[in-house]
Write a protein that binds this ligand. Structure first.
Ligand code: TXA
Ligand code: MG
Length: 350
């Protein structure tokens, strides 16, 4: 299968391209499209044969459920049963945007989408190209991130092409995904909402608007064998480049010293070493081959470039990447959630 890549300017949308892509989706094909978080791999959420193609293209385990994307809240009626006041408030504040809500599903949602769960994940993306596409095909679209299973999520059309070339018919190139990490997944099926996956809508933003929210314990730690998994996606090795990732956590000076030592040691042993640190640590490290993760106090910057950086190190043929941990506040929680998984929980505290 030849994979076409077609550019669409989010500020001046070519609706002919959008309608053609919607036509493919309506025929049961899969199409990759940009969202503000990461690129998605979409298919008609109401057709099992279409959704099956997503799992095949990604090589995704069938017990990992998908997020259903909508462009208007009126589409919720056919997908979910009851909406609590809390979820209504969250949707009114953060949709369209990087928030996914877990709700009890209706029969119309095929089991293949929810991996047999009685709940369904729903999100309204804010990227203008995504919204235009969802509107044009008018059916809800199931879409995971458009990477091969286990690889870092794609934040550019070229990342999707790297992973999906010859596996899908079309990639819509709508530029860079600004947020850079996937949406915040929040379970609203109980009284107290629970964050299952942190993202661009932070815990702070949620608790300031809808009251107390819990955080699932697996967000920063490996899942124990006896533990019930609320978000099946969390149990897989994730976001991982081919190179080995090691996280270094501590004060800036200690991190800089440790990274210099480790880098020298590994290089002596013939490894190609990559370094990714906050701007502030970069300034004291004095290593021109290091890369910057953004400012220590602006985790949003790290979120925006983390996945792209991991893909870059792979392309450079790096064996080991040493990454500085970021602070857990705001978007930092989402960054660390992805980082610790990319590193297989290999963290050195200094
Ligand atoms: O930003 C995003 O959310 C992107 C873009 C494309 O919208 N999509 C995305 O999808 O990240 P995916 O499939 O890569 O991640 C979906 C996550 C997985 O961790 C999955 O286990 C969880 O959501 N999930 C889906 N349905 C669920 C459900 N019913 N209950 C609990 N977790 C669910
Ligand atoms: Mg994913």
């Amino acid at each position: 299968m030849i994979t076409k890549v077609i550019k669409v300017d989010p500020e001046n949308i070519d609706y002919k391209v959008i309608d053609d892509a919607a036509h493919l989706l309506n025929k049961g094909q899969v199409v990759a499209f940009p969202t503000e978080t990461v690129y998605g791999l979409g298919a008609n959420a109401l057709r099992k044969d279409a959704v099956d193609k997503i799992f095949k293209a990604k090589g995704r385990p069938s017990d990992n459920p998908l997020i259903v994307h909508i462009y208007d809240e009126c589409q919720l009626d056919s997908l979910v049963s009851r909406l609590s006041e809390k979820v209504k408030k969250a949707m009114s504040l953060f949709w369209p945007g990087p928030l996914t809500v877990i709700l009890d599903k209706k029969e119309t949602v095929p089991e293949v989408v929810t991996a047999g769960l009685s709940t369904v994940a729903i999100r309204m993306p804010s990227h203008p190209v995504a919204l235009a596409l969802l509107k044009s095909c008018s059916v809800p679209i199931a879409a995971p991130s458009a990477n091969r299973s286990g690889r870092p999520s794609p934040t550019k059309a070229e990342h999707v092409f790297e992973d999906m070339s010859e596996r899908i018919p079309l990639i819509i190139d709508g530029g860079i995904s600004q947020v850079g990490v996937e949406s915040t997944v929040v379970d609203f099926t109980k009284d107290k909402p629970v964050i299952l996956r942190p993202g661009g809508i932070t815990k702070e933003m949620l608790s300031n608007s809808i009251g107390e929210v819990d955080i699932d314990s697996s967000i920063l730690s490996p899942i124990r064998k006896d533990q019930k998994v609320l978000s099946p996606g969390m149990k897989y090795k994730h976001y991982a480049p081919s190179c080995q990732v090691v996280i270094i956590e501590g004060s800036q000076n200690a991190v800089a010293v440790k990274i210099s030592q480790l880098k020298a040691l590994k290089e002596e042993n013939g490894f190609k070493v990559g370094v990714l640190v906050t701007n502030e640590t970069f300034d004291i490290l004095n290593d021109k081959s290091a890369y910057k993760l953004g400012s220590k106090n602006k985790p949003k910057e790290a979120a925006a470039i983390l996945f792209e950086s991991l893909r870059m190190f792979d392309k450079l043929g790096t064996d080991i990447v040493l990454i500085e941990a970021v602070n857990l506040k705001d978007e930092g929680l989402a960054v660390m959630n992805r980082m610790v998984r990319a590193a297989g929980f290999n963290i050195i505290k200094v």
